[in-house]
Write a protein that binds this ligand. Structure first.
Ligand SMILES: [Zn+2]
Ligand SMILES: [Zn+2]
Length: 266
């Protein structure tokens, strides 16, 4: 069986990745991957919002680079996408971005749980130490639920990013996930199996087996992504993610073309 599509990859425009789209595509092709998508971090209305995304005036350049990779690798299906921060109040901006190019999908991700705290940012680890993990996880999943309900995204990114640095709430966490899973089911939003978690302190694919099992039971569709920030990370651990998905009962993933879903056998 060929690997499923790698739908989560970054480019140097986000200022913390290496390898141009053409190089990432070459890596995908060499691994026998038939389909991939570029999903770099979306620009914000203000370029000084933070320092880990492209500027607004680089969006056309980003699209041109993805198109260049398409031309160089005609045997590989390459999707045009963005990983978009879901922050309440920016819905209008996200719709504006959506209207600018023929996107195949938007991955909605929560990194910020307050205007100034991106919880996965290693330079802000001290914020975690000041708080009860349960409070942070609760705020994170409330936002993730809003993202799933927003109608702005086809896929929700790294659904339990809050585990990245191993600040876990005590006791059973399943109650935290319930509303999110219901929102994903009701709004037909996919979740991704994101293998970058294996390369972080948590050493576990996003999302956890518990969330994946709840998603499978609710028949929430899935995609796969390496969250590659370098060519050698393309497709990384995707085979392991497929095993995990099969173990949870999944027999298909979803492909997105111009924001329409199509089921593909796993
Ligand atoms: Zn992300
Ligand atoms: Zn990412």
């Amino acid at each position: 069986m060929p690997l499923p599509a790698d739908y989560h990859t970054h480019t140097p425009l986000c200022r913390h990745a290496v390898g141009e789209p053409i190089e990432l595509a070459a890596q995908a092709a060499s691994l026998g991957i038939r389909e991939m998508g570029f999903s770099d971090h979306n620009p914000m209305p203000r370029d000084d919002f933070d320092n880990w995304r492209m500027r607004a005036d680089q969006l056309d350049e980003y699209v041109a680079k993805v198109e260049e990779a398409r031309r160089a690798h005609p045997g590989l299906t390459i999707k045009l996408a963005l990983e978009v921060d879901f922050i309440p109040g920016y819905e209008h901006w996200i719709r504006e971005l959506a209207s600018r190019h023929p996107w195949d999908y938007f991955i909605g991700s929560v990194h910020y749980i307050s205007p100034s705290w991106d919880i996965d940012n290693p330079s802000k680890l001290s914020e975690w130490k000041k708080r009860d993990p349960l409070e942070v996880w609760t705020a994170y999943f409330e936002r993730l639920t809003m993202a799933a309900e927003s109608g702005l995204f086809e896929i929700i990114g790294h659904a339990d990013l809050c585990k990245k640095f191993c600040f876990y709430p005590r006791g059973d966490q399943a109650a935290l996930f319930k509303d999110f899973i219901r929102a994903a089911k009701d709004h037909r939003v996919a979740i991704e199996l994101n293998t970058a978690g294996l390369r972080k302190d948590c050493r576990e694919i996003y999302p956890s087996p518990t969330i994946l099992q709840m998603a499978a039971q609710a028949q929430v569709p899935i995609t796969f992504g390496s969250d590659a920030h370098a060519p050698e990370e393309v497709g990384l651990n995707l085979a392991e993610a497929v095993q995990l998905a099969r173990g949870a009962g999944y027999t298909s993933w979803v492909r997105f073309t111009q924001r329409r879903a199509e089921e593909v056998k796993l």
